[in-house]
Design a binder for this molecule. Sequence first.
Ligand code: NAD
Length: 362
Amino acid sequence: MSERKTKKVLILPGDGIGPEIVGEAVKVLEVVNAKFNLGIELEEGLLGGCAIDATGVPFPDETLAQAQAADAILLGAVGGPKWDEIDRSIRPEKGLLGIRSQLGLFGNLRPAILYPQLADASSLKPEVVSGLDILIVRELTGGIYFGEPRGIDKTEDGERRGYNTYVYTESEIRRIGKLAFESARKRNGKVCSVDKANVLEATMLWREIMTDLGKDYPDVELSHMYVDNAAMQLVRAPKQFDVIVTGNMFGDILSDQASMLTGSIGMLPSASLDINAKGLYEPSHGSAPDIAGQGVANPLATILSAAMMLRYSLDMNEAAEAIEQAVGAVLDQGMRTADIATEGATQVGTREMGEAILLVLS
Ligand code: NAD
């Protein structure tokens, strides 16, 4: 058997439930690494609140160096009430925004897939969501989360005011649009571009560029939708969508909304890719401080993020599929963490869920 080149994966457990869920994903990675002879080397680093506690900043230089040297990165989640009151410039979330922008991770892929076993866990009627398979492509390094000027200051009258800037360049729009069209080609060939072009100039340009780009993809059906309508359509008839492409803030909100259609935010992986498909992989949810340390968090979004990492950045499809099938198998067995619990199912904690996956894999 030919030897694979070693691949370096940086593990960033982060804060809150991060270390608990990442711990299970790491065990899964170790098992597939051995089983499929993948040659993955794991290294751990600091990002977020834990990095602030250890070094004073949320994204230490050492983590940047580790991330640059890695082939892919697996992150838990960052943030929590402990760091909510500290200076805005060094909050945990700054670490996340920092790693995304420093590594040029402009494209966030967030699948919202409803596992048939969980149709009852959705807050919508099963017939509205069963078979749901949406991919939200969110621009991640531009838009209002990064635009300048920004700040909180005082008007001439002495009243405090807060402001941010919604800005996109043509090349930023083309880059994310391309990722969306290419993704649609591998799926059902439909892109819906979401904007607020009736009000915001930046998104008027967005719509113009998407329309122009669409001409290069005659095989992909392009539609446009205002974000308020998209929010409504996502709950009314979500199966009309295949790929949704949108800016940073709208994507942030719509992908959380889409996640709930599937029953739990605890089930949804995500990938953030650079231009060469090197990526940061993380669950779509946050650090869930309300349940941290209780051993009840759902580790499946993180385990599925690890599977996405194997597929998109490391070209290890067989191992990715094995993990995804193992997730389906434990759901078939009736295993459920509290967030996806349904009547008659076996309620398990974080570790038991991880162990059930390992059992299927080994
Ligand atoms: P959250 O996603 O952490 O939690 C929202 C709700 O979902 C909570 O009730 C939580 O218990 C539940 N939940 C989340 N993940 C779960 C899981 N795996 N299993 C079971 N239940 C789960 O969002 P929030 O409460 O708005 O934010 C909490 C903290 O996380 C904040 O500090 C926020 O800034 C941070 N955050 C981080 C990221 C990230 O690291 N990518 C993303 C969003 C929020």
